[in-house]
Design a protein around this ligand. Sequence first.
Ligand code: HOZ
Length: 424
Amino acid sequence: MTSAGWFQAALRRIPGGVNSPARAFRGVGGEPFFVRAARGSRLETVEGRELLDYVGTWGPAILGHAPAEVVAVVQDAAAAGMSFGTPHPLEVEMAEVVCAWVPSVEKVRMVNSGTEATMSCVRLARGFTGRDKIIKFEGCYHGHVDSLLVRAGSGALTHGQPDSAGIPEALARLTLSLPFNDEEAVRRAFREHPGEIAAIITEPVPANAGLYLPEPGFLEALRRICLEEGALLIFDEVMTGFRVAAGGAQEVFGVMPDLTALGKILGGGLPVGAFGGRAEIMDSLSPDGPVYQAGTLSGNPLAMAAGLAQLRSLQRQDAWARLESTGQLLETGLQEAIAGKPLTLHRLGSMFCLHFQNGPIRNLTEARANDTAAFARFFHGCLRRGVYLPPSQFETAFLSLAHSPEDITETLRVAREALDESGI
Ligand code: HOZ
């Protein structure tokens, strides 16, 4: 059956035909294709068509798809049993690796998604501080957590639901959503809500409204303000963790949060999230402390085996230097291709985004000025030529270690043709 046939069948039984709205192509028009396999830098559709993949299953596929070292350990782990519901040695090994790699993390707990990780951070911050309010930033996406689906990014933004239905007003009022890169707005919020704010949660590098970077000093200001106000600083590194450096954005920018949410790469492609931070805070979690958090499949042995194999492979290959080199190759070529056009390229390591405007793009308001219709034309021009970008202007693309110089050369040729064809 073709992708169209599978999609019609999906529509009959799955809302919107997808198990996650970001896959629905609504931001670019048309219908999603269906994939039957993937290897390295490429996807294989059910029609047998090969696509050069820059979504990387939204971040986890940093080694490329189906890396042999990860597949092998998952096969072995599965043969020993899929899940036990008891502690397993691999959970300890994973905790040791996370605490060794992520500078601010002294203790960590595994969960099953990035959403669970950020949700648990918020509950823990509220329980630890005894305060109820949370500051987030417009356009940042922290998974579909009730408290954080306020002015959210990613699919919520793409589909015009940055403030989801179903969130009680009484709960939404506890979330203060501010412009990113605006220190004065943060200070004003603390002045207006003295002693009420439990935490600031942020993507240290917002990548769910397209990719934009913290202005110099902004993350340091958040750290200072939280210390001054007795609030916790939470970094949502679900995307940047193990991606922009072994220790994530907190290693790159040298700013240490109190809690960190992790996921994606950590699971090697299997459902994994984690949250961790200062032991003093983490020890507030049940069974030692009053903040309850749990999960039947948390620390699942297959997911732990996959994640550990992926992380150890990254370390062996000095992955981040290689990814930076590939990123520079792509950036040089794209900058040449967009010269003189109303386009702005943002890149950090192996994360990149082509904003369809001249910029600057420093927050959601500026990101929303993107020409999404032009992006859609470019997206489909690339897809027709075999290059798959994230199907929304409000997402970020990812390179992997499997992307070769030849892949980059092919991508640059396709991008130039798609830009010309789109009349941009
Ligand atoms: N969290 C992903 C990156 N924005 C989107 C993937 C999804 O929601 O399905």
